[in-house]
Write a protein that binds this ligand. Structure first.
Ligand code: ZN
Length: 153
């Protein structure tokens, strides 16, 4: 379990270029506890925010994503992170800033909600029946980690 002590500490987790346009929900209570990761979306749904702990290094990444609309987008899309297949209202192109002039995008579930499934990450006293879910969570986590590390950090 990780703890974020204050709103300022949460903002500081984000890269400088994301900090100016952060939306922190007024109902967030600090200290904020989380396991592995959490995400939230601003009202209106355009920007989503991800706080993610790398499973192998315990490093914490925080990124702002913007939902984009692609003209001529396929009717069905697959989430790059969890491989869920959905309509264009379920899976969107989300972009994150690499620097002032460049963004990088990934097709991800609406509101980054595959993150919620990471709650079943492996632990020492895993029950055998939850192993499948844990393996899946681990795979999603690796995908996210690879995306973040190869593009943004
Ligand atoms: Zn997904």
């Amino acid at each position: 379990m990780k703890r974020i002590e204050s709103k300022e500490a949460l903002v500081k987790l984000f890269r400088e270029l994301d900090q100016s346009s952060l939306f922190v929900p007024p109902d967030f209570e600090f200290p904020l506890g989380f396991t592995h990761s959490f995400s939230w979306t601003e009202p209106g749904g355009k920007r989503s925010f991800l706080v993610f702990e790398d499973f192998s290094t315990d490093q914490i990444f925080a990124v702002k994503f913007e939902r984009s609309y692609v003209s001529g987008e396929a009717k069905v899309s697959m989430c790059d992170w969890c491989h869920r297949v959905g309509s264009t209202s379920d899976v969107h192109l989300y972009t994150a800033r690499v620097n002032k002039s460049r963004t990088v995008g990934s097709y991800v579930c609406e509101g980054l909600d595959c993150i919620d499934r990471l709650d079943s990450m492996p632990s020492k006293n895993s029950m055998p029946e939850t192993l499948r879910a844990q393996e899946k969570a681990h795979r999603i986590s690796e995908k996210i980690s690879r995306f973040l590390k190869s593009n943004l950090f």
